[in-house]
Design a protein around this ligand. Structure first.
Ligand code: 5RP
Length: 236
């Protein structure tokens, strides 16, 4: 296969396919959110349909994942009904060399963290553009907060040295509303020196539900990239 005129799409497809290939019959699978995971969900559905695997159940991390799972024929379950998750497949907005992540580009990081952190194996699927030396260098850090606390949360973030902005909707007037009915503040930090500490500090601000730092959660990072005009998938 050659990459044609949309290399990023091809990288996402290939890495999504590679992650879907790791799922075995009988597994409980965390279904992530975003354009890369969407390909993994599609290929997982194809594997079920062809009979290559059977008896899997998905736990969606967002409304988007739930809709896609239904579209591709993946039976769903909930965290009430299962006592473990075998594998979770999810995308990321940035990945550092220690496999720490920034997530939340799709405003789904709260449910994603619940599902991804519970999984025995959390597989991250990204294209090579997501790799950074230091988190926060290319992507703003998403922080989900309850609507009545937006102003004090933004002030508290400024005191920590961050520059907060409320995420606004596209083709929707006003702020983005998460699947939980909250809002997202995107924060520019000049430098995130200690992601583990910042993750805890932000979550300690009253009114914050969850932030997009995923520290020490990922087990495997699969990277889609283009080498000599061909798409390849490698493990970090
Ligand atoms: C959603 C996420 C996504 O996984 C992340 O934004 C990556 O998305 P994409 O695969 O479309 O680049 O964290 O909240």
């Amino acid at each position: 296969m050659t990459v044609g005129n949309d290399p990023v799409k091809v990288m996402k497809q290939e890495v999504g396919k590679a992650a879907a290939a790791l799922v075995q019959s009988g597994m409980i699978v965390g279904l992530g959110t975003g354009s890369t995971t969407a390909y993994a969900i599609e290929y997982l559905g194809n594997r079920l349909k062809s009979g290559e695997i059977k008896d899997i159940k998905g736990i969606p991390t967002s409304f988007q994942a739930e809709v896609l799972a239904k579209q591709y024929g993946i039976p769903l379950t909930t965290l009430d009904a299962v006592d473990h998750i075998d594998i979770a497949i999810d995308g990321a907005d940035e990945v550092d060399p220690q496999k720490n992540l920034i997530k939340g580009g799709g405003a789904a990081h709260t449910r994603e963290k619940v599902v991804d952190a519970l999984a025995e194996q959390f597989i991250v699927v990204v294209d090579a553009n997501k790799l950074v030396d230091k988190l926060g260098s290319t992507f703003l850090l998403p922080v989900e907060a309850i609507p009545m606390a937006i102003a004090p949360v933004m002030r508290a973030i400024e005191k920590l040295g961050g520059k907060p902005q409320l995420r606004m909707g596209v083709k929707k007037a006003g702020p983005v509303i998460t699947d939980q009915g909250n809002m997202v503040i995107d924060v520019k930090f000049d430098s995130i020196e200690n992601p583990a500490e910042l993750e805890k500090t932000l979550n300690n601000i009253p009114g914050v539900l969850e932030n997009g730092l995923f520290v020490g959660v990922a087990n495997k990072v699969l990277i889609g990239e283009v080498k000599d005009g061909q798409p390849v998938v490698r493990e970090m």
